[in-house]
Design a protein around this ligand. Structure first.
Ligand code: NAP
Length: 315
């Protein structure tokens, strides 16, 4: 089968039918004529209008025609499921973070190459509308500093998601890694972690608040503040200052761009349509996209960071 634009239609299945699958993947797949959503699987979730199975093996037995799988589970089970999916010859779209460790992520990248299928380690925030213009602005200047402020209310954005504070759940790095995925695409050199404070609730295994000092290899200081206890409106902002006095503010997760105090872009969120167009292009051209730079920063913060006991977290 081909679309009206002669692109082949790729039959896809979803693994994990929770919040992100329902909010973003299902609508983005249905809006893309290059994909056909065949079925999904999840232990309990049964979203309306989806032919759902308990697990991936059951789904693939019932629908051997599925050619690609999007793994939308919590990160702790992603490596095992993705490895099984790759072993069956399916193309794989990994939700972020691509895995719980760099070792798992790199093994998946190597295994996808061995299986000769496409792997997308997705970073949805890189597809926010103002990220490209931010990269261009930075490329034309000598930077003085970057300041990331990424704060949201865990009770509002992650209700019932106990996995987020469990080992491998990453805590506030779960949203924070979105900022790091933007950071690692708007600067051209590597980002090195210098110091981190990890505030971990006494009844949890992952941080609820993080302050982190980083620097680019060219020596530009980067400070990040991540907080899961901000009430009311979230703050998802990155500020950059140039040596020539220029100032850039990328806010609301990359949908709003202000330069020198003037609004130059304000657009609707359209990350997942962009991600699925990219996944289609990767499969069609026999390529993979597996960049683990944001995960490496989180891993380094866990290796280097100071643990600070924070009050118990109760949802
Ligand atoms: P969620 O609401 O907790 O959903 C996760 C789903 O995965 C649940 O429905 C769960 O099953 C299912 N699941 C767990 N183990 C499974 C397994 N072994 N096989 C198949 N399904 C399994 O979490 P989420 O918010 O969708 O997040 C999932 C991933 O997407 C995370 O890595 C997160 O960082 C990323 N993400 C989330 C957002 C967001 O705004 N929420 C945005 C971007 C990316 P049952 O409910 O059926 O038991």
């Amino acid at each position: 089968m081909a679309t009206s634009t002669n692109k082949p239609v790729i039959k896809i299945g979803l693994v994990g039918l929770g919040k992100i699958a329902v909010d973003q993947h299902i609508p983005a797949i249905r809006a893309n004529p290059g994909f056909e959503l065949v079925a999904g699987c999840s232990p309990h979730a049964r979203p309306d209008g989806i032919s759902a199975y308990h697990d991936m093996a059951g789904m693939l037995a019932a629908h051997p025609e599925i050619e690609a799988l999007a793994i939308c589970t919590p990160p702790q089970v992603r490596h095992r499921i993705a490895k099984e999916a790759l072993a069956t010859g399916r193309h794989v779209f990994l939700e972020k973070p691509p895995a719980t460790t760099l070792g798992e992520a790199e093994a998946l990248r190597d295994f996808a190459a061995e299986c000769r299928v496409s792997l997308l380690a997705s970073w949805h925030s890189r597809f926010a509308p103002a990220v490209g213009a931010t990269r261009d602005w930075i490329a034309q200047r000598k930077l003085k500093n970057i300041h990331i402020v990424w704060k949201e209310n865990v009770r509002q954005w992650h209700p019932g998601q106990a996995w987020i504070f469990a080992p491998g759940g990453m805590g506030v790095f779960d949203p924070g890694i979105n900022a790091l995925s933007i950071l690692t695409t708007i600067v051209s050199d590597a980002v090195i972690v210098k110091q981190a404070n990890l505030h971990i609730p006494v009844n949890c295994d992952s941080p609820i608040e993080v302050q982190m000092e980083m620097a680019t290899e060219q020596g530009v200081p980067v400070r990040a503040e991540f907080d899961f206890l901000q009430e009311n409106l979230q703050t998802w902002s990155i500020f950059a200052e140039a040596e020539d006095g220029g100032k850039l503010a990328l806010s609301m997760g990359g949908t709003i761009l202000d330069i020198d105090g003037k609004r130059v872009m304000e657009e609707g969120e359209r990350e997942y349509p962009g991600l699925y167009a990219h996944f289609h292009e990767l499969i069609s051209s026999g390529k993979s996209d597996a960049d683990f730079a944001p995960l490496r920063i989180v891993a380094d913060a866990f290796m280097l960071g100071k643990r600070i006991a924070a009050p118990a977290y109760v949802e």
